[in-house]
Design a protein. Structure first.
Length: 337
């Protein structure tokens, strides 16, 4: 016989004093808030917590509750119970129990539920619940896609009206990148003064510079915080465009440069702080490190390192330039107005 561990989509929060052997659902309230069961249990040894051979019959009244942190988790909690420890006790209450059960059997809201019927009912409820969740998920995903598409259309249309401005920003940006004397400070200043958040991708609406983090503590300062179209934020750490990403260690492998290692340490600390802070608008953010350029890069080693950093994206300033260049090409060819 299969033990009934859940009913009506809710799990039973079992008593810690008894080991469940068998359970019969004997009734429920009209509004499904209350449930009644007869449980066959073994008493647990107080010292070892091992089931003894002593059988106890329990009449249990359960209350429907929801998990405080996750509304999708639903339970039955014991509200009251009566333990029948001997045949003598059972004899004294059996007549009353028979009467109660007989009365409730006449009420369509109270039923005995055979295990096979219970399993069939539970499977049907689970299938229906899964189907509803899938429909809701598809509707939500479609809605998000539609919102995203509308945002992108408006952005492209706006950029198309000012395409010369964006072209000039891109031309100045590549000059700074190719200048062997340029540094992190100059790059940072250029990006902020030209509001060049669009270089990071069409999904971003703006960025903020030198952001104190986390709120209230201000333990860290982010170079840039990028706001996505969905309202969430990603993090950016900038290093100099003339920094080498890797130093030669042997003939077969390279090690990350000091500046790249420093940047990795910083963003890992930031990501951990985001997780601890539990902010509503910073949820599992992506951290973007921008460092070096084409001639200071080792693309194979960077790709290999990136593959082991799921929440961290490593870019060079040439990558950023190529993203901007590709975006402006799309804007020019777009039919959106």
């Amino acid at each position: 016989m299969t033990l009934i561990k859940s009913y009506g989509g809710r799990k039973f929060l079992e008593s810690k004093s008894y080991f469940l052997v068998d359970r019969y659902v004997v009734g429920r309230s009209i509004n499904n808030v209350w449930l009644y069961t007869v449980d066959k249990c073994k008493e647990l040894d107080r010292e070892t917590n091992i089931p003894t051979e002593k059988i106890i019959m329990r009449i249990v009244k359960w209350r429907a509750i929801n998990d405080e942190k996750n509304k999708h988790k639903k339970y039955w909690r014991i509200r009251s119970q009566y333990n029948i420890r001997s045949s003598g006790e059972w004899s004294s209450v059996s007549a009353i129990m028979d009467l109660i059960v007989d009365v409730r059997m006449q009420d369509p809201n109270f039923i005995f539920l055979p295990v096979k019927e219970y399993e069939k009912l539970t499977k049907n409820i689970q299938k229906f619940s899964a189907l509803r969740k899938e429909i809701k998920k598809l509707k939500t995903e479609e809605s998000v896609k539609n919102v995203q598409l509308e945002v992108f259309k408006k952005r492209i249309s706006m950029m198309k009206d000012h395409i010369k401005k964006y072209d000039n920003v891109l031309k100045k940006f590549i000059k700074i990148i190719n200048d062997d004397n340029s540094n992190e400070t100059e790059i940072h200043k250029f990006l902020v003064e030209n509001d060049a958040f669009w270089l990071f991708g069409l999904e971003y609406l703006k960025f903020e510079s030198k952001v104190k983090f986390p709120p209230g503590k201000n333990d860290f300062e982010l170079d840039l915080a990028l706001k996505r179209y969905d309202g969430f934020w990603d993090l950016v750490e900038l290093k100099g465009p003339n920094e080498n990403l890797f130093d030669k260690r042997t003939n077969k492998r390279n090690k990350p440069n000091v500046k790249l290692t420093e940047a990795l340490g910083q963003v890992i600390t930031y990501l951990r702080a985001c997780e601890i802070a539990n902010l509503s608008n910073v949820l599992k953010p992506k951290a973007i490190i921008v460092i070096g350029k084409e001639k200071t890069d080792k693309i194979y080693d960077r790709r290999l390192l990136s593959s082991y950093l799921p929440n961290i994206e490593l870019l060079t300033y040439h990558d950023l330039y190529e993203r901007g260049k590709k975006l402006l090409s799309i804007v020019r060819e777009s039919a959106y107005r």
